[in-house]
Ligand binder design. Structure first.
Ligand code: SF4
Ligand code: SF4
Length: 90
């Protein structure tokens, strides 16, 4: 990682649906705590990825280090894949 980039959960809006945990294949979230999203591996997050945030139905995910102007789309797929090679499913 060239800079800090990782998700931050707004627990006042999170419905604990577990979608973000299921989506991320980089071990950023603690699977043992599912469906509550707990970030345990900040360094595993792929810089520029908005995968989990784009999926979140409540717009509860934002990112430390994000200066892209991206805003949570509340579950609408805005096709902002991270380019890490996972096909936008990371
Ligand atoms: S889905 Fe993407 S943005 Fe979300 S935690 Fe995983 S790597 Fe980071
Ligand atoms: S996808 Fe959104 S609402 Fe669902 S567990 Fe993750 S942060 Fe919470």
């Amino acid at each position: 990682m060239s800079r800090k980039w990782y998700p931050v959960i707004d627990y006042t809006n999170c419905a604990e649906c577990g979608s973000c945990i299921e989506m991320c294949s980089h071990g950023v979230y603690d699977a043992q705590k599912a469906p509550t999203p707990i970030v345990i591996n900040e360094n595993g997050c792929v810089e520029g990825c908005h995968g989990c945030g784009s999926l979140c139905p409540n717009g509860a995910i934002t990112y430390v280090g994000d200066d892209t102007g991206w805003t949570p789309p509340n579950g609408v797929d805005d096709n902002t894949s991270c380019g890490c090679g996972c096909g936008g499913n990371c």
